[in-house]
Ligand binder design. Sequence first.
Ligand SMILES: *[C@@H]1O[C@H](CO)[C@@H](O)[C@H](O)[C@H]1NC(C)=O
Length: 265
Amino acid sequence: MKKLTSLCGFIVLVEGHMKMNVPIPYGRSTLENSPLALDGADFPCKQRPGVYAVEDASNVYALGSTNPLNFTGTAVHGGGSCQISMTYDVEPNKNSVWKVLTSIEGGCPARDQTGNMGSNANAADPFQYEFTIPSNIPAGKGTIAWTWFNKVGQREMYMNCGPLTLTGGGGSRANFDNLPDMFKANIGNDCHVPDNKDVVFPDPGKEVTRLNGATNAFHAPTGPGCDSAAGPGPTPEPSAAPKSNKSNPESYLIYLIALNVGFVV
Ligand SMILES: *[C@@H]1O[C@H](CO)[C@@H](O)[C@H](O)[C@H]1NC(C)=O
């Protein structure tokens, strides 16, 4: 993509973007820094060959712990809003149930920036963040995800995933089910984040960090798909599925089976 930048001035539109560095993503060697496809075709986790390859560490966290979050890249698009979410699926698919652990509204993945901090896709993003694992959810294996709605530039959704192991005990599935659903927008699901805004999540959960960007521009998302987060079942598929088709018994069954498998593992 660099060659495009030398041809024209649309740096914000075509420059490389950002990747999650810590937690360590799955398939780092095949993970590009681009957003999800605009029609949601590669949701979740940027589907590709090797998407769930565990290449280095496995992100082991104790229930109740607070843990570091940081990024690689300098094309921060003025920051925006991020979430850290998880599923108990070790190889999530589009029916996986993602629940929010921490929401960061504004200033993520960079604070006080009006645009990009540079164009070096491999440089460390100096800003450090944290997320919290609830103490009352089940231990076990799953997948952790960072999602990002950039403030400036093309309307996009980023999603990087990594392996997850939660240690400890005593938590309950009901507590997990009661966490908010991961917010989705800009992937063909009739929910949009306005340009030049730090999106305010409709249901951010209890762990919310609000950081100012260079401009104070918090704003709700727009569109009928934004409030698709009712109930513990899977949210509608990002593309194709009509919005009225909110409950899908078949995929809910798959979800239940997946949960049971997750428990046994
Ligand atoms: C990211 O966080 C980890 C864990 O705190 C830390 O060791 C590392 O230096 C950080 N990396 C960057 C690039 O800031």
